[in-house]
Ligand binder design. Structure first.
Ligand SMILES: [Zn+2]
Length: 314
């Protein structure tokens, strides 16, 4: 091989290496950059003012195990750094709002490394229940304008809409089985791979069949028991469609775990695998939180702030 051939070979090798590096940077660069940024955010101390928000507005936080508290704080810091919060209907966004939404939403991210609600682009907060107008078709195909007051909503395009009054109520009462933040962010997880259908992609291929079997069985059971007028852990909204069943089951899983495990063991097991957490264990040092809950239909329809509790529609 003469000098010219050697130079040509060297040039070709450099070109291949450069193209390889550029492809690697294109493929993994954004992810590693995001990972580096998140690590930097997580290293920051959790501000004292934010601790005060949790102390005042989310008393159950202090009763969580220390490792769960730490994860929630770190995840919340990342969510607050990455997701824009937008006030609606004249509401000015405060640190209190960001912290309370982010910490509650972070319950859905425990013990997993993949993503921070990867489709979520904005969190929109209204002062209270907000009215949405929709066109719906009746059985004869005629369309009607319907107006509903909602506590929250989740859009596949990457928006979560929340009523601040309902966010406050959800954080203040950790055992009533209702939490609008958990509900809407569960929809976000469900919407990461298409329209919400109660089967988030994070379930994983290996567990998908079992998940579908358990969820379908429980969904049908709920519909039948509601038709018979039997009391239960779930409200009627959970029986409206599979996506709502998953979102409501998420609320019950985190807020009334002992009852859910006792009455719906298989469903609890699936949610425990999915959320990589066992909220029953969080209650052991807090007998008050483990008390039997009210029967179906017996809980209040109104919040302490006077806004009528309503469910989201996705
Ligand atoms: Zn919903």
């Amino acid at each position: 091989m003469d000098a010219t051939d050697a130079l040509t070979t060297l040039f070709a090798a450099c070109l291949v290496a450069a193209v390889g590096l550029m492809m690697a940077a294109w493929l993994w660069g954004p992810a590693s950059l995001a990972g580096w940024r998140r690590a930097r955010v997580r290293r920051q101390p959790f501000p004292q003012a934010w601790r005060e928000v949790l102390r005042q507005r989310m008393p159950a936080f202090a009763r969580l195990p220390a490792d769960v508290q730490l994860q929630l704080k770190k995840h919340a810091q990342v969510l607050i750094a990455e997701k824009p919060f937008i006030g609606c209907a004249g509401l000015a966004i405060t640190e209190e709002m960001r912290v309370l939404v982010a910490v509650q939403a972070a319950l859905l991210l425990l013990n997993r490394s993949a993503g921070y609600f990867i489709n979520l682009r904005q969190v929109l907060i209204y002062p209270g229940a907000f009215v949405v107008a929709r066109q719906t078709a009746d059985a004869d195909g005629l369309s009607h304008d319907t107006r509903r007051a909602l506590a929250g909503e989740s859009w596949q395009q990457g928006q979560v809409l929340l009523s601040w009054l309902d966010v406050l109520q959800g954080a203040a009462d950790p055992q009533d089985g209702h939490n609008v933040v958990l509900h809407e962010f569960a929809h976000q997880l469900d919407q990461e791979a298409g329209a919400a259908n109660g089967a988030p992609w994070q379930v994983g291929r290996a567990h998908r069949a079992r998940w579908a079997h358990v969820m379908n069985t429980e969904f049908q059971r709920l519909r039948e028991s509601l038709a018979r007028g039997e009391p239960g852990l779930f409200d009627g909204y959970a029986a409206s469609e599979p996506a709502e069943f998953f979102a409501v089951a998420t609320e019950v899983f985190f807020e009334r775990p002992s009852e859910l495990a006792r009455l719906h063991a298989e469903l609890y097991g699936e949610l425990q695998n999915f959320y990589r957490a066992d909220p029953r264990q969080w209650l052991q040092s807090s007998p008050m939180l483990n008390a039997p809950g009210v029967a179906f239909g017996a809980d209040s329809e109104s919040t302490p702030f006077g806004a009528k509790r309503s469910r989201s529609a996705v």
